[in-house]
Design a protein around this ligand. Structure first.
Ligand code: GLU
Length: 449
């Protein structure tokens, strides 16, 4: 069975890049009829916050990305300790005593000579006596995973194809700090094994972590999951923008973006498939395929999101939105207003034209006479409509056209202004019955004086 996971660190809110990773892993699991695990990577006790855990859950719920189960690293520390002990026993983990400054200096020297800044394994050269001396000085070691230089690392990446790494060109990663706290690499691998993760899809920035982790899987006697790394998201400026790093569900909600618009955009962005306003997830799932993912950075453009959002809102049925509409707004109200809005929050502005109060402009004498005539003919238009004749607006305007010879703008604009206070807006044929005969008569009469 396919099991995927999304493993955020609760050190901040989800941003659009995280959301994309979560979505894609959820989609992979959905397609395969498998499971999608939410794993809270909270080993960093100082930076992890409960409020972020809650925000992550709330955002995923809002997006409709439901996890099959939730796991939490802070409850699994004994598992990491057990793996640590076994790997240390096997000679794959070793203590190192260099300070940050010493390591920085080594890096600088190597870079200065034009060499890659790979850790020189100085700690492995130390004798027992040297180690004992360090400890006697009160220096606690940090811990590194010893890469096996004799074992070339390769995998078939779901997005990037054949991937190869020479472990000798990688530093042995620090996996545990001197205070005993964990860095991300080992716990993540232990969890992927214990939780039966079969597929890991994450950002391209993790490629070299994957190389290291593949050796960890093997060292623990496990088969690595299938890995795939997607190109990162960039802003329209073409760079990894700071703004994208802080763009999350809160700001989407504030802007009136529907979760389905985010899902539609992010499931296609960076693929060879067109971004379309598809609100039906089943349709998006049908076409979701890692082989359509490109290697170039995917451009996230707010204008695309707005476009998809508007199209999705315009196709939304009344039943899907009724709980979010102003009081008293029924299905015909939604249909009248829907084509004029870019997001649901804008409904209120247009609905106000129906409920009033409205403020009409000053009219010329001529227009006032015309509006008085309209007021006089209104009840007949409504009566005809009730009797199965033309709808009120069509009946009213054709009667006024015949009586006054007005047409086009001269016919329609004063009526719209008198009835709604606006020069433009939803279709008057739909609005007039919603305003109703009584209120419409009052508005026309008031405009006529
Ligand atoms: N907590 C890690 C991160 O947020 C997880 C990376 C991963 O393995 O997917 O970068």
């Amino acid at each position: 069975m396919t099991i995927t996971r999304f493993a955020p660190s609760p050190t901040g809110h989800l941003h659009v890049g995280n959301i994309r990773t979560a979505l894609h892993n959820w989609m992979l699991a959905q397609i395969a009829g498998g499971e999608f695990v939410l794993r809270i990577d909270d080993t960093d006790a100082a930076r992890s916050k409960e409020e972020y855990v809650e925000a992550i859950r709330a955002d995923l719920a809002w997006l409709g990305i439901a996890a099959s189960r939730e796991e939490r690293q802070s409850t699994r520390l004994d598992h990491y300790q057990a793996a640590f002990d076994t790997l240390r026993e096997a000679g794959r983990i070793y203590p190192a005593y260099e300070t940050q400054q010493e390591l920085e200096l080594k890096r600088k020297v190597l870079l200065g000579r034009g060499l890659p800044p790979i850790y020189d394994r100085g700690a492995l050269e130390m004798s027992d006596a040297e180690r004992a001396a360090k400890e006697a000085e009160g220096v606690q070691p940090h811990w590194r995973f010893k890469l096996d230089h004799s074992e070339q690392i390769s995998w078939t990446d779901g997005v990037r194809g054949s991937a190869k790494f020479d472990p000798a060109l990688l530093s042995d990663p620090v996996i545990r700090r001197a205070d005993g706290s964990w860095l991300y690499m080992l716990p993540s691998t232990v969890d992927d094994i214990d939780m039966g993760i079969t597929q890991v899809l994450r950002g391209e920035d993790h490629v070299s972590n994957t190389a290291v982790q593949i050796q960890m899987f093997t060292a623990m006697g496990a088969t690595p999951p299938a890995f795939a790394h997607e190109a990162l998201l960039v802003g329209t400026e073409g760079k990894l923008s700071k703004r994208l790093g802080s763009l999350g569900c809160d700001s989407f909600r504030e802007r009136g973006i529907e979760p389905e618009a985010i899902i539609a955009l992010l499931s296609r962005l960076g693929t060879s498939l067109p971004v379309e306003p598809i609100a039906d997830r089943a349709k998006l799932l049908e076409t979701f395929d890692l082989s359509t993912f490109g290697r170039a950075p995917a451009k996230f453009d707010d204008a695309d999101l707005d476009r998809v959002n508007t199209a999705i809102v315009h196709a939304m049925e009344y039943d899907a939105v009724k709980g979010r509409l102003p009081e008293g707004m029924d299905e015909s109200g939604w249909h009248a207003v829907r084509p004029n809005i870019a997001n649901i929050a804008e409904v209120g502005e247009w609905w106000r034209l129906v409920t009033g109060p409205i403020e009409a402009p000053e009219f010329s004498d001529e227009d006032r006479a015309f509006l008085a005539q309209a007021a006089a003919q209104l009840s007949e238009a409504f009566a005809n409509a009730a009797g199965g004749g033309d709808a009120p607006w069509a009946g009213l305007t054709s009667a006024l056209k015949a009586a006054t010879g007005r047409k086009g703008k001269a016919l329609f604009l004063p009526l719209r202004q008198a009835l709604t206070g606006m020069n433009h807006g939803p279709d008057m044929g739909e609005l007039l019955p919603l305003i109703g005969e009584e209120a419409a008569a009052r508005r026309l009469e008031r405009a006529a004086v």
